[in-house]
Design a protein around this ligand. Structure first.
Ligand code: CU
Length: 116
């Protein structure tokens, strides 16, 4: 009987852990929230691209980039927001032509490096 109880307890614990993981705040791309559910099974990809900075949002920690097609992640050219840190944006302003790499984890795109 005790063994059964332990098994049930650890299952409940694991379930509550994964529930917490989904509650963690993260940057999302507008209109792509639905893809968030696939995050557990989707491998993170890193891709490199070129584009032009359209906007920087220091509050949301995002940089909006108009980029060309990115075959590595099967994206057509588009304008979209990437999560970024303040440090990575040092010296960059809207209008700058940049080369950047980003990690795509589910629907979350995070800048790995960005430079003029
Ligand atoms: Cu894009």
């Amino acid at each position: 009987m005790k063994l059964t109880l332990i098994a049930v307890t650890s299952t409940v614990f694991a379930l509550s852990l994964s529930a917490h993981a989904e509650d963690m705040p993260g940057m999302k791309m507008d209109g792509m929230e639905g893809m968030q559910m696939k995050q557990e099974t989707t491998q993170a990809l890193v891709a490199t691209a070129e584009g032009t900075i359209k906007a920087i949002d220091p509050t949301k920690h995002t940089v909006t980039i108009s980029h060309g097609a990115i075959p590595a992640v099967q994206w057509p050219p588009m304008t979209m927001a990437f999560s970024v840190t303040q440090d990575q944006l040092t010296g960059l302003i809207a209008g700058d032509r940049v080369t950047f790499s980003f990690r795509l984890d589910g629907s979350k795109a995070t800048i790995v490096s960005i430079k003029k």
